[in-house]
Design a protein around this ligand. Structure first.
Ligand code: PEP
Length: 253
């Protein structure tokens, strides 16, 4: 089964507009000159989305927001709605990143509501989840991940999954330099696909891209991405430099 392959760079709270434009100019020069077998996405902070979209208007590189609010509009000071994103040409949004869950207390129920709001705006959702170190050590990682997916997404109709990409990001591997082994990633991704298959059937599960995230770098990308159920990556630190990010994308040369 040939699934979509995706490499997405989550910039987090890094890069002002000048740094961001320099980075995407460097990436576009390489990516648009060649045919990689993966979609490439960058995810700048809210304030830099419009500038990056405008810079990439003739590029194959996609742009995702890192978050959005679950409401349509109104008295939510400091928040950004789905329609504000689509109005500036954004087509994708990351929902449920572990930093949103851990630092900002985003619950499964809130993330389900954010997913609904994103889909109502026809945004593609990169839905993130993953277990803590203690949960893996105690052997609960499969149950934790199953529960995050069920609570975040299993209220959806099967057809909604055309606009869903999953990102398995074990929290112990994010920004730590520690990576899940290719075997650990494959084992979890196969589990995730089985859980989706049991609920929605093979037609949905087989075409659903499942990305891995957690300290992916040029030196380990190819081996992780070569696993059958790993359809690319969500990249943090190594997405901030043209050379590093290209070193990862070139796994899909
Ligand atoms: C992430 O933030 O999604 C991530 C995977 O970060 P890093 O690659 O830096 O571990």
């Amino acid at each position: 089964m040939m699934r979509r392959k995706i490499v997405a760079g989550n910039w987090k709270m890094n890069n002002d507009i000048n740094q961001g434009l320099e980075l995407v100019k460097g990436l576009a020069k390489e990516i648009d000159a060649k045919n990689y077998n993966a979609e490439v996405v960058v995810s700048p902070s809210f304030v830099n989305l419009a500038g990056v979209v405008s810079e990439l208007k003739d590029s194959k590189i996609g742009v995702a927001a890192q978050n959005m609010n679950e409401n349509v509009s109104g008295a939510f000071t400091g928040e950004v709605s789905g329609s504000m994103l689509t109005a500036i040409g954004i087509e994708k949004v990351i929902i449920g990143h572990s930093e949103r869950r851990a630092i900002y207390g985003e619950t499964d129920a809130l993330l389900a509501a954010k997913t609904d709001a994103a889909l109502a705006n026809n945004l593609e959702v990169i839905f993130c989840f993953g277990e803590l170190l203690e949960e893996r050590k105690s052997g609960n990682h499969f149950d934790v991940v199953t529960s995050q997916i069920e609570k975040g997404l299993f209220h959806l109709e099967a057809s909604a999954f055309d606009k869903i990409v999953l990102a398995y990001e074990p929290v112990w591997a994010i920004g730590t330099g520690e990576t899940a082994s290719p075997e650990q990633a494959q084992e979890m991704h196969a589990h995730i696909r089985k859980v989706v298959d049991a609920k929605y059937g093979a037609a949905v599960a087989d075409k659903l891209p499942i990305l891995y995230g957690g300290s992916v770098k040029p030196s380990n990308a190819k081996e992780i991405f070569s696993k059958e159920d790993v359809d690319g990556g969500l990249i943090g630190g190594a997405a901030l430099k043209v050379e590093d990010f290209m070193g990862i994308i070139s796994a899909f040369e």
